[in-house]
Design a protein around this ligand. Structure first.
Ligand code: BES
Ligand code: MN
Ligand code: ZN
Length: 434
């Protein structure tokens, strides 16, 4: 036990059963992950014994108790909105941890924020489209200190200077839209004047590939292509509750990428918000198109630090596997603090270089930039593409979560489905910067 600094946990089930749980000691389990896994074990054993409450005695630091609570709540989550049987009526479980009220509260809030992101990502694309997603955001944040503004429809998006969202979303079954969520700390709160954080999420509610249609195998997983936006909304739900001491804005780039006579074509060229002309070589490289104008806009709105979160490239999974995110961007110190926030929250990111020599892979004879690079280094060329739309004076981190966001086989405390990955990293980052 000495290595993790933890003690075994005792679980007493209502019928008097007593379980002794011991955190796993695998060296890659950092940021309280072994405590989250213990929490999952508690949720699992309650499920197996049909129990609904447990008394847990822990002698641990607050951070570990928080992680344990997160593990219970994340491990207990199942997507049941589309089930008719018993499973849909399963009671929620209660876990009592005496003497740790603050840690329990923090863990429950963090897990609820992440489970919100998961639920949105698990929702089928006939139920969650750009419009229903936006409505959910509005409802969730109404009456809180977070202001919500929505720009909706192809015409309005073009007029407001978001041609990328219009291009990608114009053949969708519902109108594309941009959701802005702005939070400012109240005057009473002492706030750092030098930090304004912006979170920009890719929100493709279904990515068929568009005219550059994807193959059918596992295409359904692309209902999770809004996981970046879901994590941003989860983080903003946390912001609304905790009211941190720095201004934070969230942006959801919502569109459905579909083939249709009204869809954008390979060969289309359009002018982005920052004036650059983009050649659409492949309509399946749509994430970078919906993000680019919003990155520019977030800078115009005064952000000093921007984080974008996107299930952006299959290439990132080829490079890093599907259990860590890719990290790219500008401003080494900021990138390191994003990575540290991830590690503290039990979410791993690995940095990839925005190597200047690869910029020429995005050259096009008829436009300023092509929307795909060559065969190699696809996560990096996607990052380089985005970098051209981020205003120069801001620090910027790009999180490619294509792998860890979608786990149809289950992982750690995640049941089969979407994970809400990066929600905890964003929450931790907001705490660190504030
Ligand atoms: N949403 C996909 C990326 C993705 C793939 C996420 C698998 C999660 C799992 C993205 O829009 C996409 O289609 N990217 C293409 C880019 C290519 C056309 C340059 C890809 O990765 O193949
Ligand atoms: Mn795509
Ligand atoms: Zn996509």
């Amino acid at each position: 036990m000495a290595k993790s600094g933890g003690s075994p946990s005792h679980v007493l089930t209502p019928d008097g059963r007593f379980l002794l749980l011991k955190p796993d000691e695998k060296p890659w389990l950092v940021g309280g992950e072994n405590w989250r896994l213990l929490g999952r074990d508690i949720a699992d054993s309650l499920r197996a014994t049909k129990g609904d409450s447990a008394l847990v005695l822990v002698h641990g630091r607050g951070a570990n108790v928080q992680a344990l609570v997160e593990g219970v709540a994340l491990g207990d989550y199942r997507f049941n909105l589309c089930r008719s049987g018993k499973e849909s009526k399963r009671n929620r479980i209660a876990v009592h941890i005496p003497g740790q009220a603050d840690a329990v509260k923090a863990g429950l809030l963090t897990a609820a924020s992440q489970n919100l992101a998961r639920e949105l990502a698990d929702m089928p694309p006939n139920q969650l489209n750009p419009q229903t997603f936006a409505a959910r955001a509005r409802k969730l944040l109404s009456g809180t200190g977070v202001d919500v503004r929505i720009t909706s429809g192809v015409g309005s998006l073009r007029k407001a200077g978001f041609p990328g969202l219009a291009q990608v979303g114009m053949a969708g079954s519902a109108d594309p839209c941009l959701v802005e969520m702005h939070y400012k700390p109240s005057k009473k709160r002492k706030s750092r004047k030098d930090v304004r954080l912006a979170l920009v999420g890719k929100g493709i509610t279904f990515d068929s590939g568009g005219i550059s249609l994807k193959p059918g195998d596992k295409m359904w997983e692309m209902k999770g292509d809004m996981s970046g936006a879901a994590a941003v909304l989860g983080a903003m739900a946390w912001v609304a509750e905790r009211e941190p001491s720095i201004p934070i804005s969230g942006y959801l780039c919502l569109a459905e990428n579909m083939p249709d006579r009204g869809a954008q074509r390979p060969g289309d060229i359009y002018q982005a918000r920052n004036g650059k002309w983009i050649h659409v070589d492949n309509t399946d490289a749509e994430g970078r198109l919906v993000l680019s104008d919003v990155l520019t806009y977030a800078g115009e709105c005064g952000a000093t630090h921007i984080v974008d979160i996107a299930t952006l490239t299959g290439a990132c999974m080829v490079a890093l596997g599907d259990r860590m995110g890719g990290l790219m961007g500008r401003g080494e110190a900021f990138l390191q603090s994003v990575r540290a926030a991830g590690q503290e929250a039990g979410e791993e990111f690995w940095q990839l270089p925005l190597y200047g020599e690869y910029r020429s892979l995005l050259d096009h004879p008829h436009a300023d930039i092509n929307n795909i690079g060559g065969r190699y280094g696809g996560a990096i060329t996607a990052g380089i593409f985005l970098s051209e739309f981020v205003p120069e004076n801001v620090q910027w981190a790009h999180l490619d979560i294509a792998g860890p966001a979608i786990q149809s086989g289950g992982w750690r405390y995640y049941a089969k489905g979407m994970t809400g990955f990066s929600t905890r990293t964003l929450i931790r980052l907001a705490q660190k910067l504030g």
